[in-house]
Design a protein around this ligand. Structure first.
Ligand code: PDD
Length: 286
């Protein structure tokens, strides 16, 4: 089944879907988005994604056209119509299409809501067994990384730089050598004291939904979680380095900049967190 789109109330095949050229998402990157995993035809971490979407919209002053109930309804209808069993729903809300290119918010313009389904095997992921290689890149983004903005040029360039060097993901690092996050994932490490070290939430990183779920599960199991910043150097010496994201769940890092980390193989904490996360995500799927 090919991708199905939802645009402002209409369901259309992806090949026939279009957005006006004057849409502010296109002109300014003036919008926010979410990516939600679907397994067994159900939405994973729906509540966290719905809450983060509402927050992102509020932060940029767009009235939420998809409050929780409506969002759930449209997502379920997309899944039903496309017969999606496993994959994702992408959803983007922009400030809408105007007739002029004015930087300031236009008056009387309705937000554009665009969603689409994508089929993808999520339940089996060879990267969870092999581990992934990452490449460090400077974090070139703006000062409100907590907003899930569609302005993703810095992350596009980061991911491309990583993949050009044969790595799977970019690990973004600030001018002080402190790690922020992956280009499309949150980063955690496990140190020699068996502590899970994670950067605290702030404007510097996206509040990852998978990160939040994993940290809650770790705390429930009395695993020690320490929220503090950490450097690239610490990652190089860590017992484990872990990435979390909506579609890859929990992945072990085995090399940074072509140097093996964590003994060059996936570690037990990552494997345990992945299992816990999958069990929890399926048990709470809607
Ligand atoms: N990206 N940090 C950044 C910069 C991200 O873009 C993402 C997700 C994450 C992980 O957040 P979550 O666990 O809620 O997926 C962290 C999505 C998957 C994307 O852009 O495709």
């Amino acid at each position: 089944m090919s991708s199905l789109c939802y645009i402002n109330g209409n369901f259309v095949p992806a090949e026939q879907a279009s957005i006006p050229a004057m849409d502010r998402g296109f002109l300014f990157g003036d919008g926010v988005y979410e990516v939600v995993a679907v397994m067994d035809g159900l939405l994973l971490e729906f509540e966290r994604h719905a809450a983060r979407l509402a927050r992102s919209l509020a932060e940029i002053g767009i009235a939420n056209p998809l409050p929780r109930e409506r969002l759930l309804e449209v997502c379920r209808e997309l899944i039903r119509r496309s017969a999606l069993r496993e994959g994702s729903i992408y959803l983007q809300i922009t400030r809408g299409a105007d007739t002029k290119r004015d930087f300031a918010f236009p008056k009387g313009v309705e937000p554009t809501v665009m969603m689409f389904t994508a089929e993808k095997v999520l339940s089996v992921n060879p990267l969870a067994d092999s581990g992934v290689r990452v490449a460090s890149v400077p974090d070139l983004r703006w000062a409100r990384r907590d907003i899930k903005s569609v302005s993703l040029l810095a992350q596009v360039l980061a991911k491309q730089a990583a993949q050009s060097s044969g790595a799977f993901e970019a690990l973004m690092v600030d001018a002080q050598g402190v790690v922020t996050e992956g280009s499309s994932s949150s980063a955690l490490l496990v140190n020699d004291a068996d502590e899970i070290v994670v950067r605290p939430l702030s404007n510097d990183i996206l509040p990852g939904c998978t990160r939040a779920a994993v940290l809650a599960l770790a705390a429930e199991r009395n695993m020690k979680v320490v929220e503090r910043t950490f450097t690239l150097q610490e990652c190089m010496q860590a017992r484990e380095v872990i990435l979390t994201s909506a579609l890859h769940f929990v992945l072990p890092v085995i090399a940074i900049d072509d140097q093996p980390v964590a003994g060059g193989k996936p570690g037990p904490v990552c494997a345990a967190l992945r299992t816990l996360y999958l069990r929890h995500a399926m048990a709470t799927a809607l």
